[in-house]
Design a protein. Structure first.
Length: 97
């Protein structure tokens, strides 16, 4: 495990400010994601600072990418030709069972 003071890695746990810098958003945005439960985090002590595990942040980022891919695919499919979606060829009528 890398010690928090080494220059080659930040460490296992990130502060809210560290996570905000990685995500290129402000601290309030990360705080809101934590409080909503969308971004997993732990609190150090009963009222101490929040910490985000680096691995959990990376998983959360991947999940956001996947959600974006699904949204794009859904929006593209919404305007697709119904014939293309059904698998029927244009100009041919398929029998109905």
């Amino acid at each position: 495990m890398t010690s928090p003071g080494s220059g080659d890695a930040i460490g296992r746990f990130l502060t809210i400010a560290d996570a905000a810098e990685i995500l290129a958003v402000d601290v309030a945005t990360v705080d809101a994601l934590i409080r909503s439960g969308e971004l997993p985090a732990i609190r150090v002590g009963s009222s101490g600072p929040w910490r985000i595990e680096r691995a959990q942040l990376e998983v959360w980022i991947e999940l956001r990418y996947e959600a974006t891919r699904v949204d794009v695919a859904w929006n593209e499919g919404e305007f697709a030709n119904i014939t293309e979606l059904s698998g029927a060829r244009a100009g041919r009528i398929r029998p109905v069972d």
